[in-house]
Design a protein around this ligand. Sequence first.
Ligand SMILES: *[C@@H]1O[C@H](CO)[C@@H](O)[C@H](O)[C@H]1NC(C)=O
Ligand SMILES: *[C@@H]1O[C@H](CO)[C@@H](O)[C@H](O)[C@H]1NC(C)=O
Ligand SMILES: *[C@@H]1O[C@H](CO)[C@@H](O)[C@H](O)[C@H]1NC(C)=O
Length: 196
Amino acid sequence: MRFISCLLFSTSAATAFQTPQINNKQLLQSIQQTTASVTAAASILTIASSPANAVSGGGLDYANLDITGQDFSNNSKTYKGKDFTQVIAKGTNFSGSNLQGCRFYKAFLVNTNFEGADLRGAALEDTSMDGANLKNAIASGTYFSASLLDVATAENADFTDASIPPKTLARFCDREDVKGTNPVTGNDTRDTLFCP
Ligand SMILES: *[C@@H]1O[C@H](CO)[C@@H](O)[C@H](O)[C@H]1NC(C)=O
Ligand SMILES: *[C@@H]1O[C@H](CO)[C@@H](O)[C@H](O)[C@H]1NC(C)=O
Ligand SMILES: *[C@@H]1O[C@H](CO)[C@@H](O)[C@H](O)[C@H]1NC(C)=O
């Protein structure tokens, strides 16, 4: 670790910042392909992203951190607008949290619990969302990519004005579990998606 950090410091800032990101991307792909070694790969990923924090002075908010399994639920404080870029949040509990405008770009959100969370305007593109829970979530104006298809449930979620790629949306509407009414907004899940 020490050796890697020194090595990165001696290269240019741009290179030092790029290197861990490429590693993370490759590792994330291998995690998606190899479910058996998820735990081992995640710990490697943590080590690989540490030098990036050191170089960039700790990063913003929760960016690049490993908050696997932690409780971010039902908080008295708000996470509104926080940066969770490339966060490792496997199984993290964000149930009932205020995550308005948060950036989860390229985050590892496998089995992450967003039940009843306020995700208005949040960015969830290029994430891994296998088994994630979007039940009762408010996802108005939220940005998704194809990984939306991997969530375990989106029952009762509100997707008003959410940004979803057309092909992803068509397949998402095909799911029988995409239905219900949001308990907070009263909006019908399929209506908010304009599902046929
Ligand atoms: C997640 O947080 C919610 C709200 O605090 C709680 O009801 C639930 O039991 C938690 N889930 C897990 C798996 O810890
Ligand atoms: C979580 O939030 C709900 C709704 O605001 C509240 O009713 C409940 O008591 C809270 N639970 C905890 C453990 O703080
Ligand atoms: C619920 O749907 C109405 C009508 O489409 C919309 O104006 C409103 O913004 C939606 N609520 C949320 C929280 O997105």
